[in-house]
Design a protein around this ligand. Structure first.
Ligand code: ADP
Length: 299
């Protein structure tokens, strides 16, 4: 399996969007057509177990997990620390191989990283020595398919205009994550894998980022798998919330979020939101206790 590719750049053979127009006045509809996914974006985790070798023996991080994610679905994964959330995501990304079972994307077994699966972590993977523009252009450049008009529109969508020539360290945390999203979207992934991308941000910035992500997803209809340990965030964003058990991680509960879309952060005060939040909190409560006992060596 190949090394991690933080850029998620498409291969040089993929020229899916090279024929996009450069007309700066292109309509939103045209922009959406550039950013639409090409694949179906389904994810199927089948009886997946992941065992790590550690100095003190084998550690089963995930045990016989099954999960199917529909194309264009927004699924959040909620679970206590150490329950295997990142492990699952990294198996979908192709950074890790399951020990048993398999992960299928669009019906095919995952065999290493692929630019159609874009990954965002809590800490951005922007190249610190490149400007924001250079970072965002990097993926398309790798496949010789830079479309400056499209990149300009991503800068506009992410509110990064005026920061094209800035370096990542010159941007606030929220802006860095917006640049990270632009970098990801420049690669046009079918599936966005997001591992607690907003957990390092202050509350206000986090809200803005959640709204920005909802806008992007509602426009483009990509499949999103979003890991969080924030119950409110999990409900606000998702079509379905998957609650995981403490380690070894399994699916404990799946909560259908029947809130209307489009959504915004004002919804968190509605009765239905509170009801869903209570249900998710109750579901995760015992698992969080078990995880704490594990961390303290009592379980
Ligand atoms: P989460 O994302 O839910 O916090 P992780 O998937 O990161 O959980 O980790 C699940 C468990 O596997 C944890 O106990 C963690 O310490 C362990 N783990 C993760 N990566 C490795 C590794 N490379 N080697 C050994 N143990 C690991």
């Amino acid at each position: 399996m190949s090394e991690r590719d933080p850029t998620n750049a498409r291969t040089a053979t993929d020229e899916q969007h090279t024929d996009a127009t450069n007309d700066a006045d292109a309509t939103d509809k045209e922009f959406r057509s550039w950013t639409e996914s090409s694949g179906t974006g389904t994810v199927n985790i089948k009886d997946m177990t992941k065992v790590y070798g550690t100095d003190s023996g084998e550690l089963t991080a995930v045990d016989s997990m099954d999960l199917h994610i529909e194309a264009e679905e927004f699924v959040t994964v909620l679970g206590p620390s150490g329950c295997g959330k990142s492990t699952v995501m990294e198996c979908i990304a192709g950074y890790l191989d399951p020990t048993e079972g398999e992960v299928l994307v669009n019906g095919d077994s995952v065999d290493g990283p692929d630019p159609t699966r874009g990954v965002v972590f809590q800490e951005n993977r922007l190249f610190p020595w490149k400007t924001i523009t250079e970072n965002v252009r990097f993926g398309p450049q790798m496949r010789d398919a830079v479309d400056q008009s499209r990149i300009d529109r991503l800068f506009d969508q992410m509110g990064l205009e005026g920061f094209e020539d800035s370096y990542p360290h010159e941007l606030s945390g929220g802006m860095q994550q917006r640049a990270e999203l632009a970098r990801l979207l420049a690669n046009d992934p079918d599936i966005m894998l997001m591992d607690e991308p907003f957990s390092g941000l202050d509350a206000m910035t986090k809200e803005l980022m959640q709204e920005k992500l909802l806008d992007v997803w509602e426009d483009d209809d990509r499949t999103v798998l979003f890991i969080t340990h924030d119950v409110e965030e999990a409900i606000l964003l998702a079509d379905r919330v998957v609650v995981m058990t403490a380690r070894p991680g399994q699916v404990k509960d799946v909560i259908d979020v029947d809130l209307d879309r489009p959504r915004d952060t004002d919804m968190v005060t509605t009765d239905r939101f509170n009801e869903l939040q209570r249900r998710a909190s109750e579901s995760i409560h015992d698992e969080a206790e078990r995880a704490m006992e594990q961390a303290e060596g009592r379980a």
